[in-house]
Ligand binder design. Structure first.
Ligand code: NDP
Ligand code: GDP
Length: 326
């Protein structure tokens, strides 16, 4: 039985990846942070918490990373831990750099010292590309436009450095935005699906959004975790773009969500709120995952419309269950 250690198991991707690896018969270990409230909501929602070995660790605390690796002795490590919200990275640039950037270096250094034969996955991001127009692939240059993007470039380059300098089997998956019913409530897709569900159930009248002209290449998280695993099964450690190749605006996501919920004209439900605008934003992100398709046989399965439907229908049910978190 193979063993995998997921750093950041409580997040959206950690949950889908755990489920995927359990189905592949892995023994799954996952790290969580101590919090004053429960942090296993997602793993509980899909009913897999009792099948995972949870280990307390913080990526900024190298001792705890050392202990997590010693305890699990993994064949594969997936580094999904991050302060992952671009919006928050503007107000917390130092924390974001320490967790998302330096945290990855602490993990790589620990791997080099005590487990250099492991296969290592780094969660890189399309946010690294910034605002230069065009479809992005593995050869495209990085021009990050947020503290989060800058921290991810540091972690990405450091992962490549450890691969080249110390021969560690380390891959970076440059994943474009991927969403699901388990997406954090502050990300725009989940804000829309959740708040539209609240409007449908008469718990609010309006949704307030920022830059609704922004376009993203949105895929389904459940499809994207398979790509992470495929990278670590490949003969050679390389970096891959994972994307759908289609971009849609926030406005399109909103209008489709409103249509699915049967709520009439979306213009009447939305208010533009300047507080959701960012000091710098990315107009459009769109990726080309031909390399992953050719070398790993990966392609996305869930299309845009299906994704919006999945999220809106989930959230109508979620709000009905009275889990009101806003
Ligand atoms: P989430 O924010 O849902 O999950 C992030 C995970 O990191 C959570 O388990 C979180 O724990 C953990 N974490 C945060 N801070 C620390 C810390 N100091 N020490 C240890 N763990 C910590 O993100 P996703 O699941 O959506 O994304 C997974 C990874 O992929 C992230 O690195 C993200 O930046 C990256 N990525 C995501 C994309 C997307 O569209 N989803 C696109 C490209 C890259 P807690 O639950 O306690 O907060
Ligand atoms: P990101 O691509 O990782 O930053 O993912 P987000 O879901 O946070 O944001 C995607 C895009 O939606 C960005 O261009 C945001 O500026 C835009 N956006 C518009 N309104 C909102 C909002 O209310 N919340 C968030 N999070 N983003 C918004």
């Amino acid at each position: 039985m193979k063993k995998a250690l997921i750093i950041g198991v409580t997040g959206q991707d950690g949950t889908y990846l755990s489920d995927f690896l359990l189905k592949k018969n892995y023994e799954v270990f996952g790290t969580f942070r101590r919090t004053s409230h429960k942090c296993f909501e997602r793993l509980e929602e899909i009913k897999i918490l009792d099948r995972i070995n949870t280990i307390k660790a913080d990526i900024t605390d190298q001792v705890s990373l050392h202990n997590a690796i010693k305890k699990s002795d993994p064949d594969e490590i997936y580094n999904l831990a991050a302060q992952s919200f671009v919006g928050a990275s503007f107000s917390q640039p130092i924390l974001t750099s320490e967790v998302t950037g330096l945290g990855t270096l602490k993990l790589l250094e620990t791997v080099k010292q005590i487990k250099s034969d492991v296969r290592f996955y780094q969660a890189s991001s399309s946010e690294m590309f910034g605002n230069y127009a065009g479809i992005k692939n593995e050869k495209s240059a990085f021009f990050p436009r947020s503290p989060y993007g800058v921290a991810k470039v540091f972690a990405h380059d450091m992962t490549k450095h450890y691969r080249e300098a110390y021969n560690i089997f380390a891959c970076c998956g440059i994943l474009f935005n991927h969403e699901s019913p388990l997406r954090g409530l502050e990300f725009v897709t989940r804000r829309i699906s959740y708040e539209i569900a609240q409007i449908k159930l008469k718990k609010r009248d309006k949704i307030r959004l920022g830059n609704i002209k922004a376009k993203r290449d949105w895929g389904f998280a459940g499809d994207y975790v398979e790509a992470m695993w495929l990278m670590l099964q490949h003969k050679i450690a390389e970096d891959y773009v994972i994307a759908t190749g289609e971009s849609h605006s926030v406005e399109e996501f909103l209008s489709l969500a409103v249509e699915i919920a049967g709520l009439g004209d979306w213009h009447e439900l939305v208010e533009i709120d300047q507080s959701f605008m960012r000091p710098t934003d990315i107009d459009e992100l769109i990726g080309d995952s031909a390399k992953a398709n050719n070398e790993l046989g990966w392609k996305p399965k869930v299309a845009f419309k299906e994704l919006v439907k999945l999220m809106v229908e989930h959230d109508i049910d979620y709000v009905k269950r009275n889990v009101d978190r806003f």
